[in-house]
Ligand binder design. Sequence first.
Ligand code: SF4
Length: 373
Amino acid sequence: MHIPFCKQACTYCNFHFTTSQRHKNEFVKAIIKEIDLQKDFLRNESVATIYFGGGTPSLLTIEENSLVLEKIRKEFSLEKEIEITLEANPDDITKEKLLGWRDIGINRLSIGIQSFFEEDLAWMNRAHNQDQAYQCIEESLAAGFRNMNIDLIYGGHLLSDERWEENIATSINYKIPHLSCYALTVEEKTPLHKQILLKKTVDVDSDKQARQFLILMERLKQNGFEHYEVSNFSMPGFRSRHNSSYWQGKKYLGLGPSAHSYNGIIRKWNVANNIKYIEAINKGVVESGTEVLTETQKLNEYIMISLRTIEGLDLEKIKTDWGEDKLTTMKSRLEKFKEQNLVNAAGTTIQLTNEGMLMADGIASDLFFSLSP
Ligand code: SF4
């Protein structure tokens, strides 16, 4: 579920959100109505994971959260060991909210820490400060949230290697079992992009990003984390089941503006505009675009996603699902990456090396097949 509200705009962010909460009540009513409109998109499927993402889902009140969850419980069949994650920002986390989230069944928190340093947080225009970053983790642990992720960003202008080491060490010391760590990317039309164009701040330094990514991989490996996707690290048993489902090509239903859905054949994406979304839902319509994925699109997506995961790309699957010709082409394209030590081959499995992970998306796009007939 995409909850499209934020307190303020982080400079690097290109997700769909608004900083006005004027339509929050109508939005909550709409997303509940959307469940009725979309419940048959995935027929006969039980729900293994629920994810409140955004935006900032922790801006919802416990009552609002609870209403949405109740509706889901009423309309779908939920698996017994369901994972229910809520993304929360440090400045929204209070003892009362933590207890409320636990009471309504949230069993995993994903907290947008990004950095434990005041200067970084101010530079990114985050709504929280350093004290709140520490405090929210302590309170979440005290409230019994063991299954927890924190997001961290590296490669930013003010983040020295020493500070990055400290951010990693702090996370390890708190025994956070899952870390999602992202290289700062400058997306077009973001405030950061404008600041760089106006020379109000400096562009990202790709050498520094590569260095900090290598530091990250080394430190987390030393401390028992499994690097199970390019940006994701977990202690044994704490992988995100929700995100893993995307990477395994499973079906999902997305609710809320800009949310995507996939049923194995069709991909849909809801309109990324809160007013249009609410107005359409009130008329009984989910305003969305759709496409039927071609076999080549499915193959390219498999290449893109599988290469990013620890399981890697399975050549046997390429042969079975897409044929001998594709396999032959793929094998010959992989040769140069093997010579450059960017990929490893173990039997029929192709995995990125640490150096390969630095350029995962570039390698994947070099392996893509042409979409034109
Ligand atoms: S809180 Fe998250 S979604 Fe909102 S602006 Fe910041 S990064 Fe983007």
